[in-house]
Ligand binder design. Structure first.
Ligand code: NCD
Length: 308
């Protein structure tokens, strides 16, 4: 039987995503029920790029399921530094682990690894391309905060060109109904054309593009802020010029809806001031917590396991 991988968010059906959300809700309510679900199973986290939340939430998820964890958090401490290919590294690690979460700076690396792996591969972020498990986290958060995954206006603000979390979430939301997309970015950081064509226009979804957060904010139900992705820029001067284009502060929130939900995949740099953190509309730290539970549900799904 071939492995079940998660490389792109569309590898999961809508019914599977809804099932993951239901399981995550049950895990939040009844954690004890799942504490041995992955006993004697091992998760490997292979991170060729920096991470705090994604790697630690995967590890914390596996530990909460009673499983074990192994891995590395930088390429320099693996045999990559000696010239080993990603495919060989993954073939090796699949001798020790039952499932692998992998982050890599090259777009498509987890896909290539999955072709030769003996165990399921989860894409934990590939370059400026996709980040499907952040999307599952975002969907669980929207579901918990708003009670639904349809019929809302969502504004994506910041680096929509290189922001992989944006790409995967747009893809996921394009399969729901009644979503209005507003893309807020400077000209240089607009959503890539391939996504507009192959996801939005192909599905006849209307969207607006603007460079003004102030103009867009009053009509939003969800505001998805992002960091300008410094590591993807070819030129330091361009990064410096664009990095502080948008800074969300309490004043900018005055015309916003009272039940606005502010999301951010984190880490934040300057794009949300700490003064916003105490606003009840700031959901980004609750979003972090949800990331652990949805990854617990995902690990169980890909390993074909059920709670007792
Ligand atoms: C994001 C990522 O790595 O793409 N972080 C995360 O996984 N929560 C967003 C970012 O780095 O800006």
């Amino acid at each position: 039987m071939s492995n079940r991988n998660l490389i792109d968010i569309t590898d999961l059906t809508l019914a599977e995503i809804d099932g993951l959300i239901d399981t995550a809700e049950d895990m939040i309510a009844n954690p004890a029920k799942y504490q041995s679900a992955c006993a004697h199973k091992q998760l490997a986290t292979l991170f060729f790029e920096p991470s705090t939340r994604t790697r630690l939430s995967f590890e914390s998820a596996m530990l909460a399921l009673g499983g074990g964890v192994l891995g590395f958090s930088e390429a320099a401490s693996s045999s990559t530094a000696k010239g080993e290919t990603v495919v060989d590294t993954v073939r090796t690690v699949s001798c020790y682990a039952d499932i692998i979460a992998m982050r890599h700076p090259k777009e498509g690396a987890p896909f290539a690894a999955a072709q030769r792996s003996e165990v399921p591969i989860i894409n934990a972020g590939d370059g400026g391309h996709n980040h499907p498990t952040q999307t599952l986290t975002d969907l669980l958060t929207i579901h918990r905060e708003k009670g639904r995954l349809d019929d809302f206006t969502i504004g994506f603000c910041g680096d929509l060109k290189f922001g992989r979390t944006v790409h995967s979430l747009v893809n996921a939301l394009s399969r729901r109904t009644g979503i209005n997309f507003v893309f807020i970015s400077p000209e240089e950081l607009k959503l890539p054309q391939y996504l507009k064509e192959s996801v939005l226009e192909k599905n006849h979804l209307a969207y607006q593009e603007t460079d003004s957060l102030e103009d867009a904010i009053p009509r939003l139900d969800i505001l998805y802020m992002t960091r300008v992705q410094k590591e993807r820029f070819f030129n330091e001067a361009d990064y410096v010029r664009l990095k502080d284009t948008y800074v969300l502060d309490p004043e900018k929130l005055i015309p916003a809806k009272e039940d606005l939900c502010i999301l951010h995949p984190l880490p934040r740099v300057n794009e949300i001031t700490v003064a916003v953190d105490n606003d009840p509309r700031a959901c980004y730290f609750r979003q972090v917590k949800n990331g652990k539970y949805i990854r617990m549900a995902l690990i169980m799904l890909l390993l074909g396991l059920r709670a007792e």
